[in-house]
Design a protein around this ligand. Structure first.
Ligand code: OOG
Ligand code: NI
Length: 457
């Protein structure tokens, strides 16, 4: 807890995510259209399911239902990544997990900056999927050096943002006025710039190497490339996008629809072609395609055992589909997913008994009435004195992230970077280790068990 007089990091994060949403709606009007569709669909789902409505109201989730759950950026250098880590720390966000995107032909590796404690997540779950370009994987030495030189010249943070980060580190927090200024200044790093920093020809060379490289290198900063609200029915939105003039990606990433949702399901609209000005042009004669909108629906966080089963079932579903999921085989892919995932129990009790998911435990009214109780958790659950519900998954999925990248980078040229995970190198750039997400779910589950024991024994 910060000392009194400091703005709470959770509040700074909540404010920042609202400011980001306002900015992005203005920058990408089609994203505003997606938000309308999400709000309307959520309303319909709630009207048709009073029990769900009541549960969300009870959990305090109703008010922030439509708020963004995540965004994504891509940076070019170790220094940029390390400074971002310091910037996100002001908002109580830490790097969780390591994602290698090279198997998908995308020359980046990534982490998710997010809150780590369930109480902070309840205030604002906003997270930023952050990728670092891996120029070392580009085999054209001349282009590699040119890109590195261009990146070395840019400063993606405002002087005031840097000063406020230092202030936060020096004294351990920011007061109200500083926090407000911090949100304004931090936002500048994520703003879109129509003016590129390279000539049309340089852009073309970077683009020919990989569209992602052009996106990272040719601009003043790591513009936010999408934001992602939460939906209560992702299948309905996927089906409803075309009627609103929104072109969805071919398939929803992640597990198939289930009664008891697991992990993360995501879909997006395809990136828009936008006008840009290169340095050797007077007007905006150029164009660039990078920014889009996404939606997500989250379910249970899985234990290592549950995650291994998920990975296996996803891999066998994909193997059974000849080729990658696309418009042409979308229906077949969804059918295969459904078939293969019948091997994953679709029931919280079974998932718990088989150790497939993480759970939060709470004493029931009968447990509280009859305390002090003898015995332990399993007996109390059997007797109805303790209830449990899955802990929500707060992270990302590498295969899904690859699908999102590919749909917005264009399905065209596939590069081959082999399998090239290098977590040590990523952490060296970041200036610290990433947190293991499983340890966080384990700690959240343990805290809820300890609270039950303390209340009921
Ligand atoms: C990030 C793509 C990954 C997700 O939700 O899995 C992602 C990017 O395009 O920069 O956002
Ligand atoms: Ni995303």
């Amino acid at each position: 807890m910060p000392a009194s007089g400091f703005a709470h990091p959770d509040d700074i994060r909540a404010r920042f995510s609202r400011a980001m949403s306002e900015m992005y709606k203005q920058e990408v009007p089609l994203y505003g259209t997606l938000l309308e569709l999400v709000a309307q669909t959520n309303e319909q789902v709630l009207a048709a399911d009073p029990a769900l409505h009541e549960r969300l109201r009870h959990n305090g989730e109703l008010e922030r239902l439509d708020a963004e759950r995540h965004g994504a950026i891509r940076v070019g250098t170790a220094q940029e990544l390390a400074t971002l880590a310091r910037l996100f720390a002001v908002m109580g966000m830490q790097p969780v997990g390591y994602y290698d995107l090279t198997p998908a032909g995308v020359p980046v590796h990534s982490t998710a900056f997010r809150a780590v404690h369930e109480q902070s997540l309840a205030v604002s779950p906003f997270r930023v999927f952050t990728s670092l370009l891996r120029l070392e994987l580009v085999d054209n030495a001349e282009l590699r050096e040119q890109a590195a030189a261009i990146l070395a010249r840019r400063q993606i943070f405002t002087p005031r943002a840097l000063a406020l980060i230092e202030q936060h580190e020096r004294v351990g927090g920011l007061d109200e006025a500083q926090a407000e200024e911090f949100v304004e200044q931090a936002l500048e790093t994520f703003r879109w710039h129509q003016r590129a920093t390279v000539t049309a020809q340089q852009y073309q060379q970077l683009h020919d190497q990989h569209r992602l490289i052009a996106d990272v290198v040719a601009f003043k900063g790591p513009h936010i490339n999408h934001l992602t609200p939460r939906t209560l029915d992702i299948d309905q939105i996927q089906a409803g996008m075309p009627a609103r003039g929104i072109t969805p990606k071919a398939v929803i990433e992640g597990p198939p629809p289930r009664k008891e949702p697991i992990l993360l399901r995501q879909t997006s609209f395809k990136a828009l072609q936008e006008r840009v000005a290169f340095t050797d042009q007077a007007g905006t004669e150029g164009s660039h395609t990078a920014r889009f909108g996404e939606i997500e629906q989250r379910g249970a966080a899985l234990t290592p055992k549950g995650r291994a089963l998920y990975d296996e079932l996803l891999a066998t579903s994909r193997d059974a589909l000849a080729g990658v999921p696309s418009e042409g085989n979308a229906e077949q892919y969804m059918r295969l997913l459904g078939e293969h995932f019948s091997a994953f129990p679709d029931d919280a009790r079974q998932m718990r008994e088989q150790g497939l998911a993480w759970f939060r435990y709470v004493p029931t009214a009968s447990g509280l009435r009859l305390r002090p109780l003898q015995g332990g958790l399993d007996e109390w659950i059997a007797a109805g004195h303790v209830a449990f519900e899955p802990i929500v998954y707060e992270d990302f999925l590498p295969v899904s992230a690859a699908g999102i990248f590919q749909s917005n980078l264009g399905d065209g040229a596939q590069n081959d970077y082999g399998q090239n995970a290098n977590q040590a190198q990523f952490q060296h750039a970041l200036g610290r280790e990433v947190i293991d997400e499983m340890a966080l779910y384990d700690a959240t589950e343990r805290r809820s068990i300890e609270a039950c024991l303390a209340q009921l024994r």
